[in-house]
Each structure stands twice: as structure tokens, then as C-alpha cells.
Design a protein. Structure first.
Lengths: 315, 249
């Protein structure tokens, strides 16, 4: 539904986006991640037709943006970063206006307004001026305008930035509900958001894609973390664990009552290491209380990838 | 067309939701009436007396002031058309809807033009009624002058809207717009001192020439309508190109 082929965008001498290609299939919900200045917003602006790429092509729902822009734009709903809306307008009039721009007739607009008011919980606020609404409600209006013509594709640039925690949860829930029927590309630098909402993640750094895959795929092959808790003398246990093949690093995570010791081990091939840990505990007669795999957080994956991405940038 | 109409309605509504339109219109009506009744037109080689001093039932003074006053008022009304969209970021959302840039440009133009026509009508008609009560006013000249003022307004709006598209801030758009339109007005005063061949060319290029020498005097001239139509087409085409070019920046 969303196809980006070799997108390049330079602002003067600044290389904002440097050859970005990816595809998002029907019904997928993809997180678009990257540090500030990675080129996320620029890429999204090219995907939505606001900026023309210096090189490369964009297809939305099979329509090419450069040659068939109107149809391509009609197939997508866009929520730009910082939600720019006409602050002097009433919510309902603004959404009517967007409906007219999107070619809905009077009856369709009426239905569409009712639908988006319900979907975004805006009932009761429809006659308010947009400028008098809180940031959270303005964000709902932003989402409502993106949904008004019920497009197949949604492109949301930082939809939860600047919202309070309760509102973030609400927006996130709404996005998850939308994902059942729509193709969604969602940019954010709030990592838990991606973990909860997206099945696939694209990480951008320095204007390039440095990773693209499911969270599991992205964390595979990387260092993993084991947490082991036994009753053992600290120095001896540390030394013994650090000597085990496959252990890269070993440190004390916490110390409990009655000599309980929790160690954190950065490892490769965690099953092999787990087996060796079990054998070690048996040999030394250290009662093994717990052994578990600490799933790498997206934060860690993200930091790994963006660090290596920005290193590649340097000559 | 329906999208142009949507833009038109939104822009017009927005004009009346901010106090700028009311203040501008009110100020304009008062200033015009004051100038007409008490001051006359003292600028240039052929000054005109005020109504009370001259005692003629004619609106010539009113029409003669229009090109200069509109040079400031039109930019005041159009300064936000593009610059505000840009500074608040709403342009991004607007242009990612399935609209064509020319539809947006035209819708914005029509809204500002209607507003200017309203402003001109409100400033001329009450004065015309007053004068017709005092003496024998030639209504044909009034209608002709009003029509000419609408055309002049269209030309000014096209220029000021183009300037707004080139500016990133409202204030800058106003100052630049007033400067450009003001300079076009001043050019006509320079005609006296320029060599003859250049003078006629400069005179022809001035929007005010195509109003003051014909419609304002009650003379209908199709060539003036063509001039303003070309000015509008030129201004709006450049406007669309400027907005389009920014997407390539």
C-alpha cells in the first residue's frame, strides 16, 4: 500500500534523506523510528506528497505520487507533526471543510462527521474553536481529519508527542483499533509505543534505513541477556560465570537476603549458556532459584542500530 | 470546482472570524468619507477640492483616492493568505489533501477579492447616497467607477497574494505588499519627469492608470478589463508556481 523507492532529499548541503526504500503491505502497522534529525519527517512529507523527492518514487495504494498525485493523496490520511490546524475554526466546520476538500458530498460528509466524532471521542466538543482545545483534543481533531474520507493508508507523524500519559494511552488504543482495517505508518521516538502497537519497525538514522523487520528479527543475533539468581558467594560466582564459554560480560544485578545473588549476563547463544549455568550450580551446590531470559527492549535494539547507523555516516 | 469553493468559503469565513477584516473595513470607510468631505485630493499636478469646498455632486475625489488607499488596505486583508498557512504549518496539511495548487490559489483569491469588493462598496455607496441627496449625482459614473474599482481590487489582490506566498510572516507580507503596490502607484507620479517614450510605457504598466483615466471618470474601456484580467492571471500563475517550487526546495 505504501511503496518508497530510493527516496533522496537534500536541503542545500544537508542530506536529509539518502536513499530510503521500503514497502508497507495492506493491513500492516509499521513503526518508523529514529533519533531527531534522522529524516523521519522529511520521508513522511515525501510519502504524503507535500515535498517532492530529489530522487526516487512514491506509490500510495498503487498510485504514483509524482504522476497521479491527486489519487495518491486521496488514498491517504496524514497527521503531520505538531498537528497544524486552523485555530480560529470550529471543530465541526473544519471537518466539514476537509470533507469538501476530499470530495465528499453533503450526505457523505454528515455520515463521515458522525463516524469520526465517535471514533475520536469528540462529541461534545464539535462546536468549540480548535484554538480553545487542549493539546490532546487538538490531536483528536487531527486524527479525525485524517480519517474523514476513510482512507486505506494512514501516515501519522509523532501522534502522541506532547500528550499527557492518559491521553497517550487513549490515542494508542485508537491507533490499535484502526490497525484492524488500515495500513499505518507511524513515526515516534517513544519506544514503548512501538513495542505495544507495531509488529514491524523501520529504524532510520542519518537519513538511511539501518534496520527493518519485526522486533524479534531485529533483536535476533544480537547480544542477549540472562538473569540468574542463586545462593552463592559473590566473588566466586562472578568469576565462575565470567569464565563460562559464551558469556561476554557478567555483573551483579542485585543482592538479596540469605546470600541470594542475582547476576546479569550478556551472552551469545543463550540456551547453551543456560545449560552451562545449570551445570555450574549443580557442581558447586549453589541452589539455583531463578534463571530467565531478559528479552532485549526495543530501546536497546534502537540504540544499537542508531549508534552503528551514525557511525557509518562518519567518513 | 467544488474544492475551489470549499477553499473560498473557508477563507471568507476565516476573514470574518478574526477582527482584522472588521477593523480594516471600518477604518477604510471612515477615512474615505473624511477625505471626501473635508480634505479633497491634494496630491499630484491636478489637486481636487473636498465636497464642501468644491460644491460639485461628483465622487471623483473618492475614486481618485482609491488606488493609494487600496495599496495599503489590500495587503492588510491578504497578508495572511499564504504566509500564515506557512508559519503555522497548515499549508502542509492543506496541500496533502487531494487538491490542486491552482484550486487553492483561486479559492483564496476569490475570497480576498469578494472582501475587497465589499470594502469598496461599503465605502462608496453611503457617500454616493449622501451626495445624491445634496445634488444631482450622475449614477452611471458611480456604477462605472464601482465596477472599475472591483477590477482594480482584483489586480491588487493578485499582486498582494503573490507577495504573501513569497513571505514567511504576515507582517513582512503586509509591508512588502504595501511597498510593491505603493511603488506602482508612485510610478504614475514619475511619468511627468520621464522621457516621453518611457513615460507612456510606465503609465501603461500602472494599475491606477487603468482605473483613474477611465472607469473613475465614467468611461468604460474594455482594454482596462483586459489589463486587469492579465494582471490577475499573471499574479495567480506566479503564485501557484511559487507554492509549487517550495515543494522542491
Amino acid at each position: 500500500m505504501i511503496q518508497a523507492e530510493g527516496l533522496v532529499k537534500h536541503y542545500g548541503n544537508v542530506r536529509a534523506v539518502e536513499g530510503v526504500s521500503f514497502e508497507v503491505g495492506r493491513g500492516e502497522i509499521v513503526g518508523f523510528l529514529g533519533p531527531n534529525g534522522a529524516g523521519k519527517s522529511t520521508t513522511m512529507r515525501m510519502l504524503t506528497g507535500y515535498l517532492h523527492p530529489d530522487q526516487g518514487r512514491v506509490h500510495i495504494a498503487g498510485h504514483e505520487m509524482a504522476s497521479d498525485g491527486q489519487k495518491a493523496r486521496a488514498s491517504l490520511g496524514y497527521l503531520p507533526e505538531s498537528t497544524p490546524l486552523y485555530r480560529d475554526m470550529r471543530v465541526d466546520r473544519y471537518l466539514q471543510f476537509v470533507g469538501e476538500l476530499r470530495g465528499l458530498n453533503r450526505a457523505q460528509r454528515k455520515d463521515a462527521l458522525e463516524r469520526v466524532f465517535e471514533a475520536t471521542d469528540l462529541a461534545g466538543y464539535t462546536e468549540r474553536k480548535i484554538g480553545t482545545l487542549s493539546k490532546g483534543y487538538r490531536q483528536r481533531v487531527g486524527l479525525a481529519q485524517a480519517l474523514i474520507s476513510d482512507p486505506d493508508v494512514l501516515i501519522l507523524d509523532e501522534p502522541t508527542s506532547g500528550l499527557d500519559p492518559a491521553e497517550i494511552v487513549r490515542v494508542r488504543d485508537r491507533i490499535v483499533a484502526l490497525a484492524e482495517t488500515k495500513t499505518i505508518l507511524l513515526s515516534t521516538h517513544v519506544l514503548p509505543e512501538v513495542e505495544e502497537v507495531c509488529r514491524r519497525v523501520i529504524i532510520l538514522a542519518g537519513g538511511r534505513i539501518v534496520a527493518d523487520g519485526s522486533l524479534l528479527e531485529l533483536s535476533a543475533g544480537r547480544e542477549e541477556c540472562l538473569l540468574v539468581t542463586f545462593v552463592a558467594p559473590e566473588q566466586e560466582a562472578l568469576a565462575a560465570c565470567a569464565d563460562l564459554p559464551g558469556v561476554l560480560n557478567c555483573s551483579v544485578s542485585s543482592r538479596g537476603l540469605n546470600g541470594r545473588l542475582r547476576l546479569q549476563l550478556d551472552v551469545r547463544e543463550r540456551f547453551d549458556v543456560a545449560e552451562r549455568l545449570g551445570a555450574l550450580a549443580t557442581d558447586k551446590a549453589w541452589p539455583l532459584l531463578e534463571l530467565r531470559h531478559d528479552v532485549p527492549t526495543l530501546e536497546r535494539v534502537f540504540l544499537d542500530y542508531t549508534r552503528s547507523g551514525s557511525q557509518e555516516e562518519k567518513p | 470546482m467544488s474544492r475551489t469553493l470549499a477553499i473560498f468559503k473557508r477563507e471568507l469565513l476565516a476573514s470574518f472570524e478574526s477582527p482584522v477584516a472588521y477593523v480594516t473595513i471600518g477604518l477604510f470607510v471612515l477615512v474615505q468619507a473624511g477625505l471626501f468631505f473635508y480634505m479633497g485630493y491634494p496630491i499630484g499636478p491636478a489637486p481636487l477640492p473636498s465636497l464642501w469646498a468644491g460644491g460639485q455632486a461628483s465622487l471623483t475625489v473618492l475614486f481618485t483616492w482609491l488606488p493609494l488607499l487600496l495599496a495599503f488596505l489590500v495587503p492588510a486583508l491578504t497578508m495572511g493568505t499564504w504566509s500564515e498557512e506557512r508559519s503555522t504549518g497548515t499549508e502542509e496539511l492543506l496541500l496533502t489533501h487531494p487538491v490542486l495548487i491552482r484550486e487553492v490559489v483561486l479559492g483564496k483569491f476569490l475570497a480576498s477579492w469578494i472582501l475587497v469588493c465589499l470594502l469598496v462598496t461599503l465605502s462608496i455607496m453611503p457617500v454616493a447616497w449622501t451626495v445624491s441627496g445634496l445634488g444631482d449625482l450622475d449614477w452611471a459614473t458611480v456604477w462605472c467607477g464601482l465596477g472599475g474599482a472591483f477590477l482594480l481590487g482584483a489586480g491588487y489582490v493578485a499582486v498582494a497574494q503573490l507577495v504573501s506566498a513569497l513571505s514567511s510572516h504576515q507582517l513582512l507580507a503586509f509591508l512588502l505588499g504595501a511597498m510593491v503596490l505603493g511603488m506602482l502607484w508612485v510610478l504614475r507620479l514619475l511619468v511627468e519627469v520621464l522621457p516621453v517614450s518611457l513615460a507612456s510605457l510606465v503609465d501603461y504598466a500602472c494599475p491606477s492608470t487603468h482605473f483613474l483615466d477611465s472607469a473613475a471618470r465614467g468611461v468604460l474601456d474594455l482594454r482596462d478589463a483586459v489589463y486587469f484580467a492579465l494582471l490577475v492571471v499573471f499574479g495567480l500563475t506566479l503564485n501557484a508556481l511559487v507554492v509549487e517550487a517550495r515543494r522542491w526546495r
